[in-house]
Design a protein around this ligand. Structure first.
Ligand code: DLZ
Length: 185
């Protein structure tokens, strides 16, 4: 836990002490980082757009071609296991999962979307590698298309931006002197 912060003594009107804690935040620089993209083949016309969006974001942030690998899985339900295995290799700074689950087209929408979401969380927590949620969950095909970059936003692009930021932040988090309890022995 970082305890280093700057105390600014401010003799303002009330003589209050203003604290200015040290702020840690990730940068948006992808150079030197390695990324895996795990792409669901279900709704492939759209998921390939998400992957393209993710690659576009990484490229704009300075990634090199050889630092990005794409892994394809049958459906969103399979994303977590593949992401976990990939993260366990230790070869990647972040794993970006992309998929599309459409309520109107999926009788067991809640199971597929819900299990994918909780599995992705587990994959990240169990491996300590950021695993990003780039899954579009939409009510209709039209909604899904809009979120895959056909009209405006692209969830793959957004997930990749977050991947760079969180990978950079995790790289900054180092043990700095431990806690007060630890120092007291
Ligand atoms: C079976 C299924 C259905 C009905 N719908 C979707 C979907 O909208 N999006 C998606 O990514 N995957 C879907 N799947 C496939 C499941 O994710 C999974 O691949 C299969 O159930 C096999 O485990």
């Amino acid at each position: 836990m970082c305890r280093s912060y700057t105390v600014v003594w401010s003799f303002q009107r009330l003589g209050r002490i203003i604290l200015e804690p040290k702020i840690h935040s990730g940068s948006l620089k992808a150079d030197g980082l390695r990324f895996a993209i795990v792409e669901s083949r279900w709704n492939e016309l759209l998921t390939t757009k998400l992957t393209a969006g993710a690659v576009d974001a990484l490229s704009r942030l300075g990634s090199r071609n050889e630092d990005i690998e794409v892994f394809k899985v049958p459906g969103s339900f399979e994303l977590p296991l593949a992401a976990k295995r990939i993260a366990e290799t230790g070869r990647f700074d972040a794993v970006i999962c992309v998929g599309v689950v459409i309520r109107g087209e999926t009788p067991h929408f809640e199971y597929v979307a819900g299990e994918a979401a909780s599995g992705i969380t587990q994959a990240a927590l169990s491996t300590n590698v950021p695993v990003l949620f780039g899954i579009v969950t939409a009510d209709t095909v039209e909604q899904a298309m809009n979120r895959c970059g056909i009209k405006s936003g692209n969830k793959g692009f957004e997930a990749a931006m977050s991947a760079v930021e969180i990978a950079s932040l995790l790289g900054q988090i180092v043990e700095e002197g431990g806690t007060a309890a630890g120092r007291a022995g």
